[in-house]
Design a protein around this ligand. Structure first.
Ligand SMILES: Nc1nc2c(ncn2[C@@H]2O[C@H](COP(=O)(O)OP(=O)(O)O)[C@@H](O)[C@H]2O)c(=O)[nH]1
Ligand SMILES: [Mg+2]
Length: 342
């Protein structure tokens, strides 16, 4: 059985923390965060990622820059023993978002259009400099991020595909701490006030954008050394959970609206039971069909009766509510207005 694939793409310049984020995310979630965990689809990828991560955590060796090819990652996201999604993430070079930069630029742009979730990666180190009064060169990187994402949103709209979820991830949040004597919370308030001007996508009518600061710990700036005790990743799982919740909420709404009418005489008194995996697969296969326009119609083993569809909706709804509660209090911009997830 194939669980829904969630395609996630990060948009950010070089050294913004994309590769370190992915490794920290995997290190945290391969050990599990409450009931959620990640498994690499390819066992070798687990070895490679953990080797690089432990080198950083235990020996203080920073990950080397991904200046070669883009790297593909494939993870199963599990909830207890249930597999709930198949995550497809590509770690591009920062230069891929610059149109004229070489062979990976067109691949990157096509990938963005096909993504269920776009993560705009804002470099906390550059944001700090920006806030401290030297806006300079970071503006150009921010502009490129905005242009790439707006182009992808327009292309998706033109193709009649559902909007991707949008996240502004602020990396290296540890470096924002203590800026000009301000607390991290005060600094974040200031950043949130300036964000609509810095990231123009936030102001696009109809856009909903999550703001998510993350950090791998107090590891300092690029030349600084650090110890294992300094490496303490925080909030890495949040972008992932948000992407999943948005996708599930949209699908639940779509499937609820498309439910066949209730029969005059109820078919069965109690809804049929099914595994979470089957519920997820059945409900989201339509979304899979969106992703692959040429794919055949819903396979017979996924077609559900009205009762079964209701049961699947309830089951996936419960999962969605549980995951959503982990995002409470986080900042989102809806149509450019700041609000919080309740
Ligand atoms: N202080 C601090 N530095 C970080 C953090 N995440 C990444 N870095 C550093 O930022 C630099 C660039 O990170 P990297 O993931 O390679 O960036 P990429 O080019 O976007 O993939 C490296 O020196 C990392 O050690 C963080 O949370 N805090
Ligand atoms: Mg990298």
């Amino acid at each position: 059985m194939t669980v829904p694939t969630i395609t996630i793409t990060m948009v950010g310049g070089q050294h913004s923390g994309k590769t370190v984020f992915l490794h920290a995310l995997y290190a945290m979630l391969s050990a599990g965060v409450d009931e959620l965990a990640l498994l690499t689809v390819d066992p070798d990828q687990d070895t490679l990622m953990m080797r690089a991560w432990l080198g950083m955590k235990e020996r203080g060796i920073r990950l080397t820059a991904t200046d070669g090819e883009q790297r593909k990652y494939r993870f199963w996201l599990t909830d207890g023993f249930d597999t709930i999604a198949d995550l497809d993430i590509v770690d591009f070079r920062g230069s891929a978002m610059i149109a004229a930069s070489g062979p990976d630029a067109p691949v990157f742009r096509e990938r963005l259009v096909g993504s269920d979730c776009i993560v705009m990666v804002l470099n906390g180190e550059h944001l700090r400099a920006h806030l401290a009064g030297s806006p300079g060169s970071y503006s150009e990187e921010l502009r490129q991020i905005g242009t790439n994402v707006r182009r992808a949103l327009r292309d998706r709209h033109d193709a009649g595909r559902p909007d991707p979820s949008l996240i502004v991830m602020i990396t290296k949040a540890d470096l924002l701490h203590g800026l000009g004597g301000a607390t991290l919370r005060e600094t974040m308030t200031r950043i949130e006030q300036e964000l609509p001007d810095l990231v123009t996508v936030i102001g696009v009518p109809g856009a909903t954008v999550l703001v998510c600061p993350v950090t791998v710990g107090d590891i300092g700036e690029r030349e600084d050394t650090f110890t294992a005790a300094d490496v303490r990743p925080r909030h890495m799982e949040r972008p992932l959970i948000y992407a999943l919740v948005r996708l599930l909420e949209a699908e639940i709404a779509r499937r609820t609206a498309a439910l066949p009418p209730a029969p005059i005489v109820p078919v069965s008194a109690s809804p049929p039971r099914m595994t979470l995996v089957r519920a997820m697969t059945s409900l989201l296969s339509a979304q899979l069909r969106w992703a692959r326009a040429a794919a055949p119609a819903l396979p017979p083993d996924l077609a559900l009766t009205r009762e079964a569809e209701l049961a699947a909706l309830a089951q996936v709804g419960e999962l969605t509510t549980r995951l959503r509660s982990r995002l409470r209090g986080m900042t989102v911009f809806v149509d450019g207005e700041r609000t919080e997830i309740v």
